[in-house]
Unconditional design. Structure first.
Length: 171
C-alpha cells in the first residue's frame, strides 16, 4: 500500500486487529483459469461505504476483521465505515457508522471491537490506490497475490483521481 509520493493523501496505519486487507468487488469471470473471485466477503457493506463517500462500486477499501483498526489521515480525507457493528471514534469522539466522516489532517479514526458481525469496511473518497491484478485490487490469500495484508506502520495511499458515482442505479 505504498507508491504514493511523500506528503500525499493517505491513511497511516497505527494499529490493526486480527486482519486488515484491501478488498474490492473481486475477480469475476476467471474461474475457468482456476482463479477464485476473492474480493470483499460482504460486498453490500463495501458498496454502501463506497457510495457514502461518492466512490464508484469498483473502488477498493479496507476490510477489517473484528475491528481494532486505528488510522491517521495525512491530509483532509472523507471516509465511511459500514458492515460489522463496532464503536467508531475520531480523536476520541464517537462518530456513527454508515455515515460520511470528515478526517482533517492528523485526525485518528479508531474502530473498536466488533459487537455484531465480523467484517467492517472502511472506504475513503478516491479509493485505496493499489495496482490491479487480473482486474482487481483485492488481496487473494491462497496464492498470496494482490496487495500485502495491511499492518501497523503501513501506508494506504488514496487516489487523487476521484471517479464519482452520481447515480447508484447506473454505476
Amino acid at each position: 500500500m505504498t507508491g504514493d509520493p511523500p506528503g500525499g493523501r493517505a491513511l497511516l496505519v497505527e494499529r490493526t486487529g486480527p486482519l486488515v486487507t484491501v478488498q474490492d468487488r473481486g475477480r469475476p469471470g476467471w474461474a475457468r483459469s482456476g482463479v477464485s473471485r476473492s474480493g470483499a466477503a460482504d460486498r453490500r457493506s463495501l458498496l454502501r461505504a463506497n457510495l457514502l463517500v461518492g466512490n464508484t462500486p469498483a473502488a477498493a477499501g479496507l476490510e477489517v476483521l473484528l475491528g481494532g483498526l486505528q488510522v491517521r489521515a495525512t491530509a483532509h480525507l472523507v471516509v465511511a465505515v459500514s458492515g460489522a457493528e463496532c464503536p467508531l471514534a475520531v480523536d476520541g469522539r464517537a462518530v456513527p457508522r454508515d455515515a460520511v466522516i470528515d478526517l482533517p489532517p492528523g485526525a485518528r479514526l479508531s474502530l473498536g471491537t466488533a459487537t455484531a458481525g465480523l467484517r467492517a469496511y472502511l472506504a475513503v473518497r478516491g479509493g485505496v490506490a493499489v495496482p490491479a491484478e487480473l482486474g482487481s485490487r483485492s488481496r487473494w490469500a491462497r496464492p498470496a497475490r494482490g496487495p500485502a495484508r495491511t499492518s501497523a506502520g503501513g501506508r494506504c495511499s488514496t487516489s487523487r483521481r476521484w471517479a464519482r458515482c452520481r447515480d447508484p442505479r447506473t454505476c
